[in-house]
Design a protein around this ligand. Structure first.
Ligand code: B12
Ligand code: SF4
Ligand code: SF4
Length: 352
């Protein structure tokens, strides 16, 4: 077998210049063990497998592919995960501060391979954790995430199929390195992590943040979080060294502003959020919905008037969440003020 050793080495050097700590390789054999394991898990896992259209057998869908690369993009933790109740700022996970960069930079790896005469594709829906474990990148954690020996679980993973023939890296001998630890099992606010099985995807807070029908118990567990949850990572002893490297950055998830801003002020904030976490997440209606839930999870009375304003928001889920949040603040304060707003609106739009 003639492996492209020199190309692999040059590619790793190039990937390092883009911020990837490591690019490892596995073959393009089917992920049969992974698919079999998923089949033994919850109905929810099987549904995720079907809905997401995972590539279980790369050879079948990408017959030209000869290697599967897994690129590891480590990132620095930040201070904004939980939000800030005193300053009324919503929380966003540090993962989102960096993941859009990883997504844009993997395109450069594909372009580099193409410029060197190879075919490459980084858009295939590869089961990334299974691929990374098979490429010897990291171990599974009980929290369902992979931990890299140096960077812990604070990594974004990317997969690239190519027709270059690279020598596969050796898979790690153990599946998990958690041992007897159960810290994340106890720390998860929704009890989603089990001692002897992977997390149930639909009970993870992050799952619900993509939806507008968040059940009441999940809204309460959400706290001030607007985008992502990192409790099962910040509590993990395998992340201890990385978490010490926390860097400060601005938090633009101002709850009052997200509930009330309009026009150019709103557009400017969305631009700021887009620059920070990617335009895909800079959606005013969705962010106002999550801000209303966060406002319902604080006892701070400064959110009452903005929530009342949000009762007339143009996006229906925001109006619903604002009503729920006002209910949490207590009917005595909220309802008379809400009625006053209705009255004012009635005067403004007498025939509505
Ligand atoms: C859908 C999805 C989600 C869903 C569903 C979660 C899930 N099922 O894993 C939701 C929205 C909840 C989610 C949340 C998050 N996600 Co996500 N997610 C994905 C995505 C797109 C697909 C994962 C998936 O559903 N696979 C299908 C399931 C059935 O397979 P599986 O996850 O591999 O799990 C099977 C086996 O691997 C095994 N297994 C899983 N865990 C464990 C643990 C042990 C000990 C063992 C033995 C086996 C085992 O059992 C499962 C079989 O049922 C991947 C990207 C990708 N292309 O893979 C990112 C990805 C997994 N997510 C990622 C991240 C960072 C997150 C969040 C931390 C984001 C955040 N800050 O909020 C949270 C963490 C939640 C958690 N504790 O898992 C990263 C993980 C990086 C890492 N270090 O591993 C990925 C790889 C994205 C990326 N490009 O880097 N995610
Ligand atoms: S991301 Fe949050 S809700 Fe999801 S498993 Fe981890 S601690 Fe639980
Ligand atoms: S907190 Fe403990 S059990 Fe959970 S992933 Fe980290 S090492 Fe594993």
């Amino acid at each position: 077998m003639h492996y492209d050793h020199d190309v692999k080495r040059d590619l790793q050097v190039y990937a390092a210049s883009l911020g990837f700590a490591e690019v490892k390789c596995t073959g393009v054999e089917a992920f049969t063990d992974w698919a079999d394991l998923v089949a033994t898990q919850s109905e929810a896992d099987r549904a995720v497998l079907k809905d997401k259209g995972f590539v279980i057998d790369p050879k079948e869908q990408y017959p030209w592919a000869r290697s599967l690369l897994v690129a590891v993009f480590p990132f620095q933790p930040g201070p904004c995960g939980e939000g800030d109740a005193t300053r009324l700022l919503g929380g966003f996970s540090s993962y989102y501060r960096w993941s859009h960069l990883a997504y844009s930079r993997v395109e450069s790896i594909t372009a580099w391979l193409e410029a060197h005469g190879f075919r490459a594709d980084h858009k295939a829906m590869i089961p990334l954790k299974a691929a990374a474990h098979r490429a010897g990148v990291a171990h599974y954690g009980r929290n369902g995430l992979l931990h890299h020996p140096q960077y812990g679980s604070l990594i974004n993973l990317q997969a690239i199929l190519t027709d270059a023939l690279f020598e596969p890296d050796t898979p790690l001998p153990d599946v998990t390195d958690c041992g007897d630890c159960r810290i994340c099992v106890d720390a998860c606010p929704t009890g989603v992590i089990s001692i002897d099985g992977p997390p149930h995807p639909y009970r993870c807070l992050r799952y619900w943040q993509d939806r507008t029908d968040i059940p009441p118990e999940m809204r309460v567990a959400m706290g001030m979080r607007i985008q992502g949850c990192e409790i099962c990572q910040t509590c993990c002893p395998l992340n201890e060294a990385v978490l010490k490297q926390e860097t400060a950055w601005e938090n633009p998830y101002d709850i009052i502003a997200l509930l009330t801003e309009q026009g150019t002020a709103r557009a400017a904030r969305m631009e700021q959020i887009g620059a920070l976490v990617g335009d895909n997440y800079a959606r005013p209606g969705r962010l106002a919905y999550m801000a209303a839930i966060a406002a319902g999870n604080t006892t701070d009375q400064r959110v009452i008037a903005p929530l009342q304003t949000a009762l007339t928001h143009e996006y229906e889920p925001v109006r619903q969440a604002a009503a729920w949040a006002l209910g949490r603040h207590g009917a005595q304060v909220a309802i008379p003020q809400a009625l006053q707003i209705e009255y004012e609106n009635g005067r403004k739009y007498p025939h509505a």
